[in-house]
Write a protein that binds this ligand. Structure first.
Ligand code: 13P
Length: 279
């Protein structure tokens, strides 16, 4: 089944496909292993900052394709560019062989966002396209963003003027750690979903309580993104390991001491989103 059909299946059957963001080889390996065990399709989210950290878009594609082959991964995997803010970044990722692109024009004025989204669409060679309207708050690649809610009218207008596969509306979720209880506008989410039939993406999944995530999936979320909680799960176990193994300097032992912590978080989100067994 191709991924476009899979998104529609998720929307109809009310489950969501996870996007787990990767930072390095280990992140990619652990996430692929968990998704294979749970038989969950997955988007491997790669921010441009993370791609740069790993060496570039070609490194990411080569590494992930190599892992899929050597680890015998059979579940559908999309290598997805997360929050590209320029056409140029989208072009580079497409040329390197990414499967899915998010052009994030939310910091541009609205008409400019539509214009560049359409330019990116024209350049694609079959990749999925995600766009953002409104402004998702919080922190991305170390930069703070303000939050601005998306309205139904804006979503309908944007969708009618572009040809996207997924829309990320800003409905109260933020990237990074929440200050206080997340206030997600699931009523607007449900309206946008039912009136446009567009697969919707929830950014800033970390820190959103299980019940709210489940409600968001019922209200039309078909892809939900997680980064921070994976890092926290990994970090907690690494700290414990380092504190009691100060003499260990083999990077493989240090980095992999967080494997189970990270995998536990990913597995939990697959359960909450209902994507296990859907591959
Ligand atoms: P969190 O780090 O808050 O989980 O957000 C991830 C995300 O939305 C990536 O686009």
């Amino acid at each position: 089944m191709n991924f476009r059909d899979l998104l529609l299946k998720a929307k109809n059957e009310k489950f969501a496909i996870p996007q787990f963001n990767i930072n390095n080889l280990e992140w990619a390996k652990y996430i692929l292993e968990v998704c294979e065990e749970e038989k969950s399709p997955v988007f491997l989210g790669v921010s441009s900052g993370a791609a740069k950290y790993m060496g570039g878009f070609n490194v990411v594609v080569g590494m992930v394709r190599g892992l899929i082959k050597d680890l015998n991964i059979t579940v559908p995997v999309m290598i997805h560019l997360d929050h590209a803010t320029t056409f140029e970044l989208c072009r580079e990722a497409v040329d390197a062989g990414f499967d899915s692109i998010m052009f994030d024009g939310s910091k541009l004025d609205y008409e400019e966002n539509i214009k560049i989204t359409n330019e990116v669409k024209k350049y694609l060679k079959g990749q999925l396209l995600e766009a953002e309207i409104g402004k998702i708050g919080g922190e991305e690649d170390g930069l703070a963003n303000e939050l601005m809610f998306t309205t139904l009218e804006e979503a309908e207008d944007f969708i009618s003027k572009t040809d996207i596969d997924m829309l990320a509306p800003a409905l109260g979720s933020v990237h990074g750690i929440y200050k206080g209880e997340p206030n997600i506008k699931t009523d607007i989410m449900k309206d946008i979903s039912s009136k446009t039939n567009m697969p919707l993406v929830l950014h800033g999944g970390s820190g959103i309580p299980e019940e709210t995530l489940k409600k968001a999936v019922q209200c039309g979320i078909t892809k939900a993104n997680f980064n921070t909680e994976l890092q926290l799960g990994w970090h907690e176990d690494v700290l414990k390991f380092v504190e009691s193994n100060k003499e260990v300097y083999d990077p493989r032992k240090v980095i992999s001491s967080g494997e189970q912590g990270l995998k536990k978080v990913a597995r939990e989100y697959i359960r909450i989103l209902g994507s296990g067994g859907k591959a």
